[in-house]
Design a protein around this ligand. Structure first.
Ligand code: NAP
Ligand code: MG
Length: 490
């Protein structure tokens, strides 16, 4: 089948409405927005352009569900619903993967991985639903004191375009496990899989109104959602400026927030490292999802004795990566949008003008049969000064900047030398150096000898401008549980 055939088939069976109260509904006013396949630059579907009234409808309905049918569901039943949701996502993995690839541009293999990860979040949190229990506090013979773990209430989830279903599942699964309800606002570029999840959760037995999706532009409905008096917690994943705005809006209602923002994470390679593993790890760190990954390893910090060897291998491997439409199983797909490609290209062109060596890529790519797609070559900038813009700012594209260092002290200073603190990778065989680095690096997670090591069970989040709060693992539950302490004099 051709790309056009698959697109037609997928587009013919897409959800059309926002998912509110267990059904697909049109936006108030009936306006719609087109969603683009970044691989061709062509629109292939449209969805409702929600307005403030639609946000209100979703939040009010979600509150009603919270105090109504959802309250009647026992924790064990909640777990069973989440388990079934995982199975249904796996049942529909092929369809969901195709939708995700068309909507976001990512290679089909990556979409398959994303859909499986989304299912894994539901499976993981299914197991904790009936084990979230409080404490008893010993106060002596005259008292009994205990804590109840209550749901926070209605949780809002603002989702970015780079991992649409994964990010939705990452927030919604622990929220539901703890007995909350959810209103999701997907990114305008990639709303489809969050919409498609609605009927699957319903089929799994989730009461209507517990999971809702309001589509529409963040500039139109973002503040209405994050500042809504009926929303108790906001989980936001996206850019730093939007995250700051979300926090300010939520502050007016004293809602709690989790912010997962950008990154400029280092991959540090010491001279004693297994260079094969370091090369593989670096390629994956920067070219997964064309570098549009908050936790991408976008800076290689390498010790001078292995700089030349690393560069030789990295440049050779990078030049051999096939860039193409996500449905054709390429090594790397397109960027999300024309404007985003301009931004990425601008960073590289400016760096070149400043005299920085562009040793791989550094140009747009034409893919045969996909003339309108937003392709950009995997790119490496060598020996970049630490203060340079391409080291300091998140490019969010397939652009690796390389920094050369002469000691472990310089390496840690370089690793910590940006305003971000999301992830850090390290390649070395020296245990002491590894542990010192892991202790001293400013990051929410440290990957040793395998970049992106971990999974749904490992806590994830940032420090510095990368945000605060933790997602994934048991740590995520802290955002979705309210501790009530009850003390009785007896
Ligand atoms: P973005 O512009 O911040 O958008 C993120 C989400 O916020 C989208 O759903 C967007 O909706 C919505 N939004 C826009 N204005 C809003 C407002 N006033 N109130 C509430 N929501 C609003 O970021 P992006 O360009 O989609 O994503 C890329 C960025 O996200 C990168 O900087 C990356 O590092 C970060 N990111 C971080 C993580 C992490 O886990 N730390 C994961 C993925 C991405 P529209 O699409 O309708 O504008
Ligand atoms: Mg799209």
């Amino acid at each position: 089948m051709t790309i056009a055939d698959i697109t037609r088939e997928v587009a013919g069976a897409l959800p059309e409405g926002m998912y509110i109260g267990g059904e697909f509904v049109e936006a108030t006013g009936g306006q719609r927005i087109e969603t683009i396949d970044p691989g061709t630059g062509r629109s292939f579907a449209d969805f409702p352009a929600g307005r403030t009234e639609d946000v209100d409808r979703a939040v009010v309905g979600s509150r009603r569900a919270l105090g109504g049918p959802w309250r009647q569901v026992t924790p064990a039943q909640r777990g069973a619903i989440l388990s079934r949701a995982a199975a249904l996502i796996r049942r529909d993995a092929q369809r969901l993967s195709l939708i995700e690839t068309l909507d976001s541009g990512k290679p089909l293999a990556e979409s398959r991985g994303d859909i499986e990860t989304a299912a894994a979040y539901f499976a993981y949190y299914a197991g904790i639903a009936d084990k979230l229990q409080g404490d008893t506090i010993p106060l002596g013979p005259d008292y009994i004191s205990m804590t109840l773990h209550e749901p926070v209430g209605v949780t809002a989830h603002v989702i970015p375009w780079n991992f649409p279903l994964v990010t939705t599942a990452r927030g919604v699964a622990p929220a539901l496990a703890a007995g909350n309800t959810a209103v999701v606002k997907p990114a305008t570029q990639t709303p489809l899989t969050a919409m498609a999840l609605g009927p699957l959760l319903r089929e799994a037995g989730l009461p209507d109104g517990v999971y809702n999706v309001v589509t529409g532009r963040g500039s139109d409905i973002g503040d209405a959602l994050t500042g809504h008096p009926g929303v108790d917690h906001v989980t936001f994943t996206g850019s730093v400026p939007t995250g700051i705005g979300v926090m300010k809006t939520a502050a007016d209602r004293v809602s709690s927030v989790t912010l997962e923002l950008g990154g400029k994470s280092p991959v540090v390679v010491f001279a004693d490292a297994d260079l094969d593993a370091a090369v593989e790890g670096t390629l994956k760190a920067i070219y997964l999802n064309a570098g549009q990954v908050c936790s991408a390893g976008s800076r290689l910090i390498v010790e001078r004795p292995v700089h030349a060897a690393m560069m030789e291998r990295l440049v050779k491997r990078t030049a051999a990566l096939r860039v193409g439409h996500g449905l054709t199983e390429p090594a790397m797909g397109p960027l999300i949008a024309a404007g985003h490609r301009r931004l990425v290209a601008g960073y590289v062109d400016d760096a070149r003008r400043r005299g920085i060596a562009v040793v791989a890529g550094g140009r747009e790519v034409e893919v045969e049969g996909c003339a309108g797609g937003y392709y950009y070559a995997p790119t490496i900038l060598d020996d970049v000064p630490a203060a340079d813009r391409v080291v300091q700012e998140e490019i969010f594209g397939p652009v690796l900047s390389v920094q050369v260092v002469d000691s472990p002290e310089e390496a840690i200073a370089a690793a910590n030398g940006t305003p971000f603190g999301l992830c850090a990778g390290i390649y070395t065989r020296d245990v002491t150096r590894t542990l010192r680095f892991a202790r001293d690096v400013e990051a929410g997670q440290v990957f040793i000898n395998q970049y992106f090591a971990g999974g749904v069970a490992t806590p994830f989040g940032g420090t510095k401008l990368s945000g605060f709060g933790r997602e994934k693992g048991l740590a995520a539950l802290a955002s979705y549980i309210q501790v009530k302490c009850i003390t009785a004099r007896i």
